[in-house]
Design a protein around this ligand. Structure first.
Ligand SMILES: Cc1cc2nc3c(=O)[nH]c(=O)nc-3n(C[C@H](O)[C@H](O)[C@H](O)COP(=O)(O)OP(=O)(O)OC[C@H]3O[C@@H](n4cnc5c(N)ncnc54)[C@H](O)[C@@H]3O)c2cc1C
Length: 394
């Protein structure tokens, strides 16, 4: 892992910095870093416009190979872009599910026709995606998916319910794990479909969260349709494709996510100073510990990315997920504690959560989504340590 930046890297940094200073102006600059944890609903339209502007200038999908519309950026260049992005206080990206999750999975498993259809709109920041994995009885036990899809001529007909589908309201497409062979094995009967959201058979019902906002939703499919060609991998290969995508979710995506973590840590540190807490020994310990944790997350993410090369990350991706989720949840607690009892107060009527209150409440979910902490420990135990497989209930 190379942590120093070459002259070429620094030239790239200057290019990023210049583009941001020339383009992050007007309404985009006024919007600032909106859309962080617990505030994903904020400023969607302006953030989407910003995403398209980034895309038009070639600043999305930096790490994708050039032949798929990416920039073929090195790891160092991706780190630099992220650093400059934070420094510029730019809006939180809306295209991360496309760029970080389904995009790399399409590159790995898609046909040339699928590449041509789906990758360019992600690169251009035009089409947004959501992830249709979880169901009421299929969360950690994802292979228990019951949503059915049946091939009828040149269409897949889909019936069932997904839940906790983040950003479904804004999404144009959903990648869904569905059961296409009910007689097949639990894992072998699954397929991975790409489903358009704007159709009568798709009913999206937002779920109001503890933050008062609705980042995630229930999604009901009632005779929803997608073209027969919109299957990623072969019928029955859904489990493999779904897991490859989770590898990307737990690996590469963490680098971009750290943009936001660094911003949040800076705010917590400022609040600690504003509230005169930086002379208190225990508070200083917690602030220092949190900063150390942030650095460790960065080094671990870089190591994971370096090791994985062009492939998907291995079980070390689970270490990343476990580490960042736990760290971020502690940061949410610290964000409240540095403000003392005033952290419990609302700013003004009508009552709205402050950024730190939203952060604290949202981070309770970090150790659940993308695979809970317990599930990550199971993966590490079995795949990295070679422990016996966890006993399954009869
Ligand atoms: C903010 C947020 C956003 C989300 N976004 C999406 C999304 O966009 N798309 C999507 O498909 N899903 C999404 N999810 C759903 C998420 O993936 C699931 O919540 C998660 O997989 C856990 O599943 P579950 O909620 O059904 O809990 P369960 O699987 O029922 O687990 C309940 C508890 O039991 C523990 N547990 C379960 N099995 C085991 C085991 N074998 N060993 C030890 N402990 C175990 C879990 O760790 C957990 O503590 C989101 C969730 C949240 C909170």
């Amino acid at each position: 892992m190379e942590l120093s930046f070459s002259a070429e890297d620094e030239a790239f940094r200057a290019e990023v910095r210049q583009w941001l200073s020339e383009n992050l102006v007007g309404a985009f600059a006024e919007a600032g870093a909106i859309g962080g944890s617990g505030r994903e609903h904020e400023g969607h339209e302006i953030r989407h416009e910003w995403e398209k502007k980034l895309g038009a200038a070639g600043w999305t999908c930096l790490g994708w190979p050039k032949e798929f519309g990416g920039r073929g950026a090195t790891l160092n260049q991706q780190v630099i872009f992220n650093e400059e992005y934070v420094r510029a206080n730019a809006p939180v990206r809306v295209g991360h599910i496309g760029e970080g999750l389904i995009g790399p999975t399409l590159i790995a498993y898609g046909t040339p026709e699928q590449h041509e259809r789906f990758l360019p709109p992600i690169v251009r920041g035009e089409e947004l995606w959501c992830q249709g994995y979880s169901e009421p009885n299929a969360g950690s036990d994802l292979a228990n998916v019951q949503t059915r899809a049946v091939l009828d001529g040149d269409r897949w007909i889909i019936n069932g319910q997904k839940v906790w589908t983040s950003l479904a309201v804004q999404a144009d497409w959903c990648f869904a794990v569905v059961r296409t062979d009910p007689a097949g094995s639990k894992h072998g009967g699954l397929s991975f479909l790409l489903v358009p959201m704007d159709q009568p058979g798709v009913d999206i019902r937002p779920i109001i969260q503890v933050t008062g906002t609705s980042e995630f939703n229930e999604v009901f499919f009632t005779d929803a349709e997608t073209d027969a060609s919109n299957i990623l991998g072969a019928p029955g290969q859904g489990w493999e494709v779904a897991n490859a995508l989770l590898g990307f979710e737990r690996g590469v995506a963490t680098l971009a996510q750290q943009i936001q973590f660094e911003r949040e840590y800076a705010t917590v540190l400022r609040l600690a100073r504003d509230h005169g807490r930086t002379n208190e020994p225990l508070m200083r310990q917690r602030l220092a510990q949190s900063w150390i944790g942030l650095k460790l997350l960065r080094f671990n993410a870089l190591r994971t990315l370096t090791n994985m090369g062009d492939g998907a990350p291995g079980p070390e991706a689970s270490i990343s997920k476990l580490a960042w989720a736990t760290w971020h949840q502690r940061l949410g607690e610290l964000a409240m504690d540095v403000q003392g009892v005033s952290s419990l107060l609302g700013s003004a009527a009508p009552y709205e959560l402050s950024g730190e209150q939203a952060l604290f409440l949202f981070t309770r979910s970090d150790t659940i989504y993308g695979g809970s902490n317990e599930i990550q420990r199971n993966i590490i135990g079995e795949r990295a340590l070679g422990l016996p497989r966890e006993p399954k209930p009869r």
